[in-house]
Design a protein around this ligand. Structure first.
Ligand code: NDP
Length: 296
């Protein structure tokens, strides 16, 4: 079977269009412009690229973008003071502190200092608890993007067997919660899982979020399964730098019914979902109806 390729780039563009449409209505009907503040501490090159891209897409969607670039040696007290200022700024509806933070800063402390209703990354402990108990929360962007693509492709996910490989707080665990919320039977696999190939072979849906290049070969995939590849791994092949996922695309695509490519799959959905979360946060802050299809 040759798998259908789930085009994350096109899907992300459609999410951004929806966001922009909603932003225009918020401006026209209510005089409100959603605002996203991004805080970057230090000069990690990958984070700088990511933050630039977020800022650009925020503005393109018609929203206000506030960037706070701080020196790598910024103290915890100074960073907490900036978060506090953003928490209290009514023009800011979403706050994102770019991770990873330099080693001297306590990430949990900083993330949990963000007002939960402005925590558009969905990492605040209150949002984690709300998601875990099936209540309205801010949902982490990458798993939200995966869920949107799965819903778009399958319609209902009810009763499907899903295997999430990886149990990180930012991808694996919230992904599993979302799939459970959509009535999948969910298995979370990790580095200590016994007989991972057999576990994966049972899955109608495989979400790979491991960080190991091309770890999942095609013969682990059930015929017709849907494969969502979250991994972003930079490798050198034939003297060239290449981006590959956590699944071996060529062999998995031979057995899967549908598969996301890397690049061009999950990656573009993450920022699109950040914009979606900002609009959702803005609507909630103003007691307005939330846009349909932009949250879990
Ligand atoms: P983490 O390193 O935090 O977690 C990796 C998980 O994979 C862990 O739970 C680990 O298990 C598990 N794991 C490691 N080795 C194996 C193995 N051999 N078999 C089974 N499980 C294993 O990574 P993240 O969740 O942060 O990210 C995962 C990948 O997704 C990375 O490539 C990252 O770059 C990418 N990513 C992509 C995003 C996007 O926008 N597309 C956003 C975020 C991440 P254990 O807990 O037992 O150690």
């Amino acid at each position: 079977m040759a798998a259908n390729i789930i085009d994350g780039k096109a899907f992300a563009a459609s999410v951004r269009d929806k966001v922009a449409g909603h932003v225009a209505r918020l401006k026209d009907d209510h005089g409100i412009t959603p605002g996203l503040a991004v805080v970057l501490v230090g000069e990690d090159p990958a984070s700088q690229v990511y933050v630039r891209s977020k800022g650009k897409q925020t503005v393109e969607a018609g929203m206000n973008s506030f960037e706070h670039k701080l020196d790598a040696d910024t103290s915890e007290a100074d960073l907490l003071a900036i978060v506090d200022q953003l928490n209290n700024d009514p023009a800011v509806h979403g706050i994102l502190v770019q991770l990873p933070l330099p080693g001297h800063l306590n990430e949990d402390l900083i993330i949990n200092s963000i007002a939960p209703e402005k925590d558009v990354d969905g990492f605040h402990i209150s949002n984690v608890g709300l998601l875990g108990t099936g209540q309205k929360s801010m949902v982490p962007c990458t798993p939200l993007g995966c869920l949107m693509m799965l819903r778009d492709y399958h319609g209902s996910l009810s009763g499907m067997d899903a295997v999430v490989i990886g149990r990180s707080n930012i991808v694996g665990k919230p992904m599993a919660q979302l799939l459970l919320g959509d009535s999948c039977t969910v298995t979370i696999a990790h580095s200590r899982t016994k007989d991972l190939p057999e576990v994966v072979r049972r899955a109608d849906i495989v979400v790979a979020a491991v960080g190991r290049p091309e770890m999942v070969p095609g013969d682990w995939i059930k015929e017709g399964a849907t494969v969502i590849d979250v991994g972003i791994n930079r490798i050198e092949r034939d003297g060239k730098n290449k981006l590959v996922g956590d699944v071996d695309f060529a062999s998995c695509a031979e057995r899967a019914g549908a598969i996301t490519p890397v690049p061009g799959g999950v990656g573009p959905m993450t920022i699109a979902c950040l914009l979606a979360n900002t609009v959702t946060a803005c609507c909630r802050a103003n007691g307005l109806e939330e846009p349909e299809g932009l949250t879990a």
